[in-house]
Write a protein that binds this ligand. Structure first.
Ligand SMILES: Nc1ncnc2c1ncn2[C@@H]1O[C@H](COP(=O)(O)OP(=O)(O)O)[C@@H](O)[C@H]1O
Ligand SMILES: [Mg+2]
Length: 230
């Protein structure tokens, strides 16, 4: 097994009007290839903060974070940007689809920026079509986000997160806007596709039913994590 994410002695403080608040306090964990980890914790516990640090979006912390053998503290902004494009997929509660682009083009965009793989436009497009088929949206290629249900929008966002064959998907409350049946469908899809290609998932959720799909759950409380095998 390869370690995709290695976090050692991670601490994070924010300065507020009332002084310093410690959000993450010396926590450590590893995530391996293909592993699906759920992160639970009360609102304000620091789940998004943790995901942002692992996603290379926040470098103001102490401790060390290693992604795919790159120590982030020693990695340039330029390389981190490439890691976000090529190795990490992001999924958010609010979908963040571009409203004036079709489902197909929303999924295709990150592939168009991918210059690590030599391929023609038609091949990039075929990859986007295949992913939309995999998430059950074959007949939605030409639809715009406002013509789709929330569950369909999140499936488009999942297809987009996977378009560059990431090694890690970071999902922040991906089912927060979905009903429970749709949530299950969306998580099952994400899980199946990631298991197939050995992609690791770090998924923040409030919902124990969604966390149950993961291999492990990390409970974030008082800046520490408690690890549970599911
Ligand atoms: N930029 C910031 N400046 C100051 N405090 C922040 C900032 N971002 C988040 N916080 C605080 O840090 C805590 C953890 O936030 P967050 O990681 O978003 O929690 P969660 O995702 O678990 O709900 C919260 O109390 C929040 O108010
Ligand atoms: Mg959050």
């Amino acid at each position: 097994m390869n370690v995709f994410v290695s976090v050692k002695d991670l601490s994070k403080r924010y300065t507020s009007k009332t002084g310093l608040i410690e959000i993450l306090n010396n926590l450590s964990f590893d995530i391996h290839n293909g592993e699906f980890v759920a992160i639970m914790g009360t609102s304000g516990a620091g789940k998004t903060t943790l995901l942002n640090i692992v996603g290379t979006l926040d470098d103001e912390y102490s401790g060390s974070v290693t992604l795919f053998s790159n120590k982030l503290e020693q990695t340039s902004a330029d390389i981190k940007q490439k890691m976000r494009l090529h190795k990490i997929g992001f999924v958010y509660q609010g979908f963040y689809l571009i409203p004036f682009l079709t489902a197909l083009n929303n999924v295709l965009i990150p592939r168009l920026f991918n210059n690590e793989i030599i391929e023609e436009y038609d091949e990039k497009k075929a990859k986007a079509v295949t992913l939309l088929e995999q998430v059950g949206l074959k007949s939605y290629l030409g639809k715009y986000p406002n013509q789709m249900s929330y569950g369909e929008r999140q499936r488009v966002a999942i297809a987009r997160s996977l378009i560059n064959n990431p090694q890690l998907v970071l999902a922040d409350e991906p089912t927060g806007n979905l009903d429970s049946a749709t949530s299950k469908e969306v998580i099952t899809l994400l899980k199946d596709i990631c298991k197939n290609q050995n992609t690791a998932i770090m998924m923040v959720t409030h919902d124990a039913n969604m966390a149950a799909f993961a291999d492990k759950t990390f409970i974030l409380e008082n800046g520490q994590i408690e690890k549970r095998e599911n």
